[in-house]
Design a binder for this molecule. Sequence first.
Ligand SMILES: NC(=O)c1ccc[n+]([C@@H]2O[C@H](COP(=O)([O-])OP(=O)(O)OC[C@H]3O[C@@H](n4cnc5c(N)ncnc54)[C@H](OP(=O)(O)O)[C@@H]3O)[C@@H](O)[C@H]2O)c1
Length: 271
Amino acid sequence: MNKTNPGVAVVTGASSGIGRVTAKALQNAGFRVFGTSRRAVSKKSDGITMLTCDVTDDASVAKLVDEVLAQAGRIDLLVNNAGMGLLGGAEESSTAQAQALFDVNVFGIIRMINAVLPTMRRQGKGRIVNLSSVQGFIPAPYFALYSSTKHAIEGYSESLDHELRPFGIRVALVEPAYTRTSFEDNLARPDQLLDIYDAARAGMTIVVRKAMEEGDTPEVVASTVLAAATDPTPKRRYAAGKTARQVSLLRRFVPASAFDKSLRKQLGLPI
Ligand SMILES: NC(=O)c1ccc[n+]([C@@H]2O[C@H](COP(=O)([O-])OP(=O)(O)OC[C@H]3O[C@@H](n4cnc5c(N)ncnc54)[C@H](OP(=O)(O)O)[C@@H]3O)[C@@H](O)[C@H]2O)c1
């Protein structure tokens, strides 16, 4: 595999949003791309082979990897993009709902990685790019569960990158800010609503809607994933777009108390 033929890529959640645009960007860069969706029947769409996969299901993940290997014989890049959000007070979700979210956003990534690693180790080469979020380093109120899934993959990815380097495999994180996709439409609603949070939840929904309308395009994130996938010496973290880069810098250099005040002010919360 070389610059003109960078190899075989698998992108989870390639049916919409960031995943769909990323799959196309990788294909334009020369990758042979397999995209996944829970609903896909095996078919080629715009040059990308779409395969069915539910990342919460071990058998479905194993079947996907077998299918890619049967068709392409190798996997050079895995982009763990499939994910979903949940907006509400932390105590408004049952433990079962929290587990279901972790099953997609965290264990889905772990399942996919464990399934491709034997192939990447055999090849002596591989790259894994995990979609985190600015919420992977800035926990936002009413996103406690979503934010904890992204913090979990930040820690997991960093540990893993240390472990896999001897095998020629690198792991990188991409951290987008608000991005214009169906993410907000697909946000899960808490399963044990408490009316004391009604006003805050409604207010936060408006803030998120506006931020998403004004957010980055998925192309901005896709080009960042492409950089993370192809940099000869990958960085551990790639903030995607100007806003993500700015808040990443602010988080590191602004004193915690000032950062806390500014976040609450922006979200219209009492200081
Ligand atoms: N949009 C943002 O503002 C934003 C910001 C930061 C980070 N992110 C992250 O970026 C990633 C992509 O989000 P997006 O904004 O593009 O959202 P999206 O448009 O809602 O797309 C989500 C994708 O995930 C797939 N998916 C969901 N559950 C799945 C499961 N159990 N198994 C397999 N695939 C599943 C969906 O595919 P099917 O429904 O076809 O199966 C869909 O293709 C997520 O990890 C998200 O956390 C998004």
